[in-house]
Design a protein around this ligand. Structure first.
Ligand code: P6P
Length: 335
C-alpha cells in the first residue's frame, strides 16, 4: 500500500461540502463506522485463536443461531455509534426492535438513524471465509427533540443519505457512498489506517459471473430458472462462471469489480426471499445504483419499495445493469 494514497479521514474532510446536511456529523458517523470496523476486524482476524467463534447459544429475531462474533460485532457497532452522539436511533439485525438513542444532552437533537447488519455471512466465520458489515443511514423524518419512531426506519431506500459495507477478507475494506459515487478504502493493519485504494468504483455494464445458491434451484420462480439456464447455455459469450461465497458483501464486491449478478430469489423455503430489505438490500442497492449498476426484486426497483416492518425480507437481484435487466426480462416473461 502506497502511503501517497489519501486516507479515509482526508477523503471525508475533502468531501464534506458534498454532503448537503453535514455540520461534520457525516464525518463523525463514518469515522465511528471506521473505528468499529477496525475493532471487529481485529477479532475476526484472530477468530481461530480465541474463544470468539462458534455459536453464542442464542438465536436472533430471524431465528438464526447467533454466532459469538455476531453478538460481539453488534455490541461494538452499537456502542461506538452511541458514544459518538450522532445518531438518534439504531436498527440491527441482531436486535428485535429499534434502539432509541438518548443523546448525551437527553433532548434527542441528533438527526440520523443507522440500520446495520453487524456481521453478515457469519456462518462463514468458522471456516475462515470472508464476512462483512453492511450499514445504511437516513436523516430522521420525525421532529428533532422527540424520540425516534418506527417511521424514521421505514423510509424507502431512495431516501438514504449514506450506505456502505466492510469486508473482513484477505484484506479489510470499507466501501461507501453518500450519493456522490462509490469509493473503496483498504485497511493497512500495520498502522490501523484506511487508504483510498478503489476510487470511483463502478459496475461494468455487463459481466459473466452469476452468484446464486443453486441448491435452491428447484424452488426458484420459473423466470429465475430460465435465467440460470440462459447463463449456462453454450454460446459465444456463455456459459458464464458461477461464483457464490455465501457472504453478500463479498459476492457483491467481486461482481462490482469484475462484472456480475447476485440473486437471492424467493423460494418455498423463503417465500419472500431471505435477505432483509432495510439493512442488506437497501444499502447494497444504493451502492449499486451509485456505481451504475441496478437492484430490484425482479420487478420493482429495491430503492422504491416502501418498507412495512424492520426485518422484512425481499427477493434480491443486483449487479451489472445489463445482467439484471436480462434476468428481469425472464422474470417478466415467465412470471
Ligand atoms: P444461503 C448470509 O447469511 C446472507 O445473508 C448473505 O450474506 C448471503 O449471500 C446469503 O445469506 C447466504 O444464504 O441460504 O445461500 O446460505
Amino acid at each position: 500500500m502506497s502511503f501517497k494514497n489519501k486516507t479515509l479521514g482526508e477523503f471525508i474532510n475533502e468531501n464534506q461540502h458534498a454532503f448537503k446536511y453535514t455540520t461534520g456529523e457525516l464525518s463523525s458517523l463514518i469515522n465511528s463506522i471506521r473505528l468499529a470496523a477496525k475493532v471487529v476486524n481485529h477479532e475476526v482476524n484472530q477468530a481461530g485463536l480465541v474463544d470468539i467463534t462458534g455459536a453464542a447459544g442464542d438465536t436472533n429475531i430471524q431465528g438464526e443461531d447467533q454466532q459469538k462474533l455476531d453478538v460481539y460485532a453488534n455490541d461494538i457497532f452499537i456502542r461506538t455509534l452511541i458514544n459518538r452522539n450522532i445518531v438518534c436511533g439504531i436498527t440491527s439485525e441482531e436486535e428485535d426492535d429499534f434502539i432509541v438513542v438518548n443523546s448525551q444532552d437527553e433532548n434527542h437533537q441528533n438527526k440520523y438513524v443507522v440500520l446495520i447488519d453487524p456481521l453478515d455471512g457469519s456462518s462463514n466465520i468458522d471456516v475462515n471465509v470472508s464476512v462483512g458489515t453492511i450499514f445504511s443511514v437516513y436523516r430522521r423524518i420525525t421532529p428533532i427533540g422527540t424520540p425516534v419512531t418506527m417511521d424514521d426506519f421505514l423510509q424507502e431506500g431512495r431516501h438514504q443519505v449514506a450506505a456502505g459495507y466492510v469486508i473482513y477478507g484477505t484484506s479489510t475494506m470499507l466501501v461507501y457512498t453518500t450519493g456522490h459515487g462509490v469509493n473503496g478504502f483498504t485497511l493497512n493493519p500495520a498502522i490501523g489506517t484506511f487508504y483510498l485504494s478503489h476510487p470511483d468504483m463502478e459496475f461494468p455494464e455487463d459481466g459473466n459471473i452469476y452468484s446464486v445458491n443453486e441448491g435452491n434451484y428447484l424452488e426458484f420462480p420459473e423466470g429465475i430458472k430460465k435465467y440460470i439456464k440462459y447463463c449456462q447455455k453454450l454460446e459465444e459469450d456463455r456459459p458464464y462462471t458461477s461464483r457464490y461465497i455465501g457472504s453478500l458483501a463479498s459476492d457483491f464486491h467481486r461482481n462490482m469489480i469484475k462484472g456480475g449478478i447476485y440473486m437471492y430469489p424467493k423460494s418455498t423455503k423463503n417465500p419472500k426471499g431471505k435477505l432483509r430489505l432495510l439493512y442488506e438490500c437497501n444499502p447494497m442497492a444504493f451502492i449499486a445504483e451509485q456505481a451504475k449498476g441496478k437492484a430490484s426484486d425482479g420487478y420493482t426497483r429495491i430503492l422504491d419499495i416502501k418498507p412495512t416492518e424492520l426485518h422484512q425480507r425481499v427477493p434480491f437481484i443486483c449487479g451489472s445493469k445489463n445482467m439484471v435487466e436480462k434476468a428481469e426480462e425472464f422474470m417478466k416473461e415467465f412470471s
